[in-house]
Design a protein around this ligand. Structure first.
Ligand SMILES: *Cc1c(COP(=O)(O)O)cnc(C)c1O
Length: 432
């Protein structure tokens, strides 16, 4: 059987198949460079696993209090080694990325302190953590104030604004690496490090935290190698490699991690407790796979940008743009477009392919959100997934993919769905 016949069997029309072949042909050099980064990061991870002497004993689970859990403690050393930090907290008890960020923030801020975001509005769910939107238990309720300096029109840092915003109460700075649900540039590690050194030049002891979600292993270095005191992320995104079923991490200075641990568990207990249950092996194995999984996701994002732009949709970042995270935004321009795209991604899923996604009021978001995710791990967005808030300008955010052939099919299927639903004209697939 020829592969195009198999694609036909999987509901891809010949014109969509041929169109995708043409788009892919132009991406070879780009993909080679992504593979080189994956090779670099694979060696970095392997080096850490070897240096920390990971052994089979690390995979045995602990229960109850989890005292002296060598699997957990060793894994935290592995993370610290990879991210070049003094210490790390990597736990299944950290329920998600928002939780990890909340722990990092609330543990290192005290009443009367001020938190500054020098890169504009943070990720939607952090609005409630900080208290930008009134919320029970927010930092604001505990007397922590917040200030924000937006990026300039062209996406660059507003250095004057940042200098003016830093005051005697500024205790912590939060920098979001990925664009999240916004159309602004994702920051490169280089840009983040420049920003941090500017801020520390004004106030030396300010704690700089980077929301590293979706950024891990996209580049060869991480923000912790250029001055960030803490980097924070979710294990059902990049560093879990698709295998971690839950969890989050915080990597950073000994002092920041110690405070975070006392907050996560309890004053007096800190890192000493926290059973690893039976998930610890998947944390190791997922981390081991993460560099190549991230490379598949990156290739998928670039392929998606080329495919969607070619049939007339605005995409962000542009197909040629250097990548600093795995997210691709596509402006579908209508609720129908967002829903159609997500239906296509869902139909391409290995799990729940027969399900039709619908917009719903997801906790933590201020508009209905539609999500396409037929994932092995519920809600995992390192697996092929797409989501979009049902509001102007009707963007869909597309990310993940554990293998490139799967992401490739997912994008083809999404484009096919747009065609089936009459949202693109059939002639757009004629490439000449
Ligand atoms: C996903 C994400 C978060 C929140 O993570 P959850 O696991 O969904 O709670 C925070 N910031 C950014 C930039 C993210 O991408």
């Amino acid at each position: 059987m020829e592969i195009n016949e198999l694609y036909r069997q999987l509901d891809i029309d010949d014109d969509v198949y041929e169109y995708s072949c043409a788009k892919l042909a132009g991406l070879k050099d780009r993909f080679d460079r992504i593979d080189e980064t994956a090779e670099f990061n694979q060696l970095k991870v392997l080096d850490a696993l070897r240096e920390c002497r990971v052994s089979e004993a690390c995979f045995s689970m602990s229960t109850g209090y989890g005292y002296n859990d060598i699997g957990r403690d060793t894994l935290e050393r592995v993370y610290a080694h990879i991210f070049k930090t003094e210490d790390a907290l990597v736990r299944p008890q950290i329920t998600c990325g928002t939780h990890a960020l909340n722990v990092a923030l609330s543990s290192n801020l005290r009443p009367g302190d001020e938190l500054l975001s020098p890169v504009g509005k943070p990720y939607d769910t952090l609005e409630e953590v900080i208290g930008i939107r009134p919320s029970c238990g927010s930092l604001k309720e505990y007397g922590v104030s917040y200030r924000q300096v937006d990026l300039k029109e062209d996406g660059s840092f507003d250095y004057d604004g940042i200098r003016n915003a830093i005051n005697e109460r500024t205790r912590m700075v939060t920098i979001q690496r990925s664009k999240g649900y916004q159309t602004r540039p994702t920051l490169s590690v280089g840009e983040i490090c420049e920003l941090i050194s500017f801020i520390k030049g004004i106030k030396k002891d300010v704690i700089c935290m980077v929301d590293n979600c979706y950024g891990e292993f996209v580049e060869r270095t991480e923000p912790s190698q250029g001055g960030a005191d803490m980097i924070v992320g979710s294990l059902i995104k990049n560093p879990g490699g698709g295998l971690a079923p839950v969890g989050g991490y915080i990597a950073g200075t000994r002092e920041c991690i110690e405070k975070a641990a006392y907050r996560l568990t309890s004053p007096g207990l800190g890192k000493e407790v926290g059973a690893s249950l039976n998930v610890i092996q998947s944390f190791y194995q997922g981390l081991f796979l993460a560099p190549t999984v991230v490379s598949s996701a990156l290739k998928g994002a670039i392929f998606a940008a080329n495919m969607l732009k070619g049939i007339g949709f605005s995409v962000y970042p542009e197909p040629e743009t250097e990548r600093h995270d795995i997210i691709q935004a596509v402006t579908l321009g209508s609720a129908e477009g967002v829903i159609s795209f997500c239906k296509g991604i869902q139909a391409a899923a290995p799990v729940d392919s027969f399900v039709t996604p619908e917009p719903w009021a997801m906790p933590g978001y201020d508009s209905d959100v539609i999500m396409a995710a037929g994932a092995f791990v519920s809600g995992s967005s390192i697996e092929l997934s797409a989501d979009g808030p049902i509001k102007e300008p009707y963007n869909v955010y597309f990310q993940g993919g554990l293998t490139f052939p799967h992401v490739k099919y997912g994008i083809m299927r999404a484009v096919q769905q747009l065609k089936n639903d009459g949202l693109v004209k059939p002639y757009v697939f004629n490439i000449s």
